[in-house]
Write a protein that binds this ligand. Structure first.
Ligand SMILES: Cc1cc2nc3c(=O)[nH]c(=O)nc-3n(C[C@H](O)[C@H](O)[C@H](O)COP(=O)(O)OP(=O)(O)OC[C@H]3O[C@@H](n4cnc5c(N)ncnc54)[C@H](O)[C@@H]3O)c2cc1C
Length: 482
């Protein structure tokens, strides 16, 4: 599978801290260009799809949008085929989607070339990890807690870590006996997610602190897995219900992701102070009354739940401006949520991680060293997602973050008009989806002159106020209720 000749291996040994989505992709980006790659994680690398302590969000829906779906195939050719074979669903935009927009109204369904990936997060990581293993030079090591960086403020030359495994290679847990180990490397990538200690590791080498930016709408997620209603096991569309932004409008959000094994993973969410259900009590009541549409409540009304309700509050947007740290050491890179973590409600985090790994691959392919230049490219690759996510979150009344200014208000008004125009013009809808899921830059999506013109001409009331279901879907998914 690895088609890149060994002569292009400009790195000896590379270490990736964290074997989540960004870490797996970073290892895949590195594999053709390094002699060996070692991925260190606190958790053991599972050989089957399994939930992990280090990825608590794997209990919640994870849709890999079209932008990220394209990138993972470019990084790991053949991975789509492996995902479909493992039971992941291919979600064509917008043919296989029911999207209720924050400006009110539904997006019509039409065919484009783009698609995203729907499966459980554990399956997604598992398939990617197995594909990366096929390079033959990537090792995944569990029970490892990074404690420091080797080198100095000019160049990182490896890591130190506590090895929590016993002499039989089992992980006794973070409080067990631990040996401190050193691992020299030409490149160290931190992909340890929201829990990253990259700033502390860098401080240990005397590198200055990165400015931190936080925008927190206080969103919380409450998720539950259901068995798909009979007849809908392989044909349920992805349902996304955005929180409405108008005064007095319902501010709950929801999603239903059809995944492998004929299951649906459902989430209900709300802003700070919302009565998002913690348990099964009133789960359906919230779905019916707190969202802009009762479609989810109708779909779940007599569906069979197969798990308890699980909550997540890891939703604040936070970025460390590592790209702004003067004197960034060579041979160190921060990727994924460790650099930019986004409100998951917008479904962009996986794509941002894939964009970062793609920037790493491009640097290696160009034969360039890993320096602050690459960290800047990684920050740029997350910029559109940061703008979309934080600008939308700052519309909500109790969001903690910079106040909304005149430019924001213009952007909000424009976004609403684009959403309404998209309800009658598929070409606008396609570009809106491209922006939402980072499949094209803003100038080619919502900033395109055709979109701007449509928004100016056609930004009035929502056009599509009932969900665009087919007759079969209406009967199978809602028992004819909608
Ligand atoms: C509730 C929820 C729902 C989401 N839904 C979506 C969605 O639909 N679409 C989407 O695109 N994004 C979604 N996201 C965002 C997505 O989960 C993240 O963007 C993505 O996981 C980032 O990947 P990562 O590898 O950077 O971090 P993670 O996937 O969190 O991986 C971090 C890894 O580092 C390891 N680790 C952590 N600390 C240490 C340590 N000290 N030592 C060793 N190892 C360590 C962990 O074990 C883990 O393997 C969602 C997030 C949440 C919270």
């Amino acid at each position: 599978m690895n088609t890149i000749p060994a002569g292009d291996r400009t790195l000896g040994h590379a270490v990736v801290l964290g074997g989540g989505f960004a870490g797996i992709l970073a290892a895949g980006a590195l594999a053709p260009y390094a002699e060996t790659v070692t991925v260190l994680d606190r958790d053991e690398p599972h050989v089957a799809p399994q939930r992990r302590r280090g990825v608590p969000q794997d209990r919640h829906p994870h849709f890999l949008g079209p932008g990220g779906a394209e990138l993972i195939e470019a990084l790991l050719p053949g991975v789509h085929t492996a995902l479909w074979a493992a039971g992941a669903r291919r979600i064509r935009t917008t043919e296989d989607m029911l999207l209720y927009l924050s400006a009110g109204g539904w997006l019509p369904r039409y065919r484009t070339e783009r698609f995203g990936v729907a499966c459980s997060r554990s399956l997604l990581d598992h398939v990617l990890r197995e594909r990366v293993r096929q390079f033959g030079n990537v090792g995944f090591r569990g029970g490892c807690l990074p404690t420091g960086l080797l080198g100095d403020a000019r160049a990182v030359t490896g890591v130190t870590y506590r090895d929590l495994r016993d002499h039989e290679g089992r992980t006794p847990g973070a409080r067990g006996p631990a040996e401190t180990c050193s691992l020299p490397a030409d490149l160290v990538v931190d992909a340890t997610g929201r829990a990253s200690r990259a700033s502390a590791l860098l401080a240990g080498l005397g590198v200055g602190e990165a400015p931190l930016q936080v925008v927190d709408a206080g969103h919380s997620y409450s998720s539950r897995v259901y068995r798909a209603r009979p007849g809908a096991e392989r044909s349920t569309p992805l349902v996304l219900i955005q929180a409405e932004t108008g005064p007095g409008r319902p501010s709950g959000n929801g999603a239903l992701l059809p995944i492998e094994d004929g299951l649906w993973i459902v989430t209900l969410g709300g802003l700070r102070g919302a009565a998002v259900p913690d348990s099964e009590d009133d789960y359906l009541g919230y779905a019916r009354h707190a969202l802009g549409t009762p479609l989810l409540a109708d779909m779940l009304a007599d569906a069979e739940p197969v798990t308890a309700v699980l909550r997540s509050r890891s939703t604040f947007n936070r970025r460390h401006r590592f790209d702004r740290v003067p004197g960034w050491p060579r041979g160190f890179l921060v990727l994924g949520d460790a650099a930019t973590a986004l409100n998951p409600v917008y479904g962009q985090g996986l794509t941002v991680a894939a964009r970062g790994a793609t920037a790493l691959r491009a640097t290696l392919a160009a034969g360039e060293p890993v320096t602050r230049r690459l960290q800047r490219a990684v920050a740029r690759s997350a910029l559109l997602a940061w703008e979309v996510s934080t600008r939308q979150d700052r519309r909500f009344p109790h969001t903690i973050g910079p106040a909304v200014g005149r430019i924001d208000r213009l952007a909000h008004g424009y976004a609403d008009r684009v959403m309404r125009a998209a309800q009658s013009r598929p070409a606008v809808g396609a570009r809106l989806i491209d922006a939402m899921f980072l499949a094209a830059p803003a100038v080619r999506s919502v900033g395109h002159p055709m979109v701007a013109l449509a928004a100016a001409l056609d930004g009035g009331a929502p056009h599509l106020t009932t969900p665009p279901l087919t007759d079969r879907e209406r009967s199978v998914l809602t028992g004819g209720r909608r």
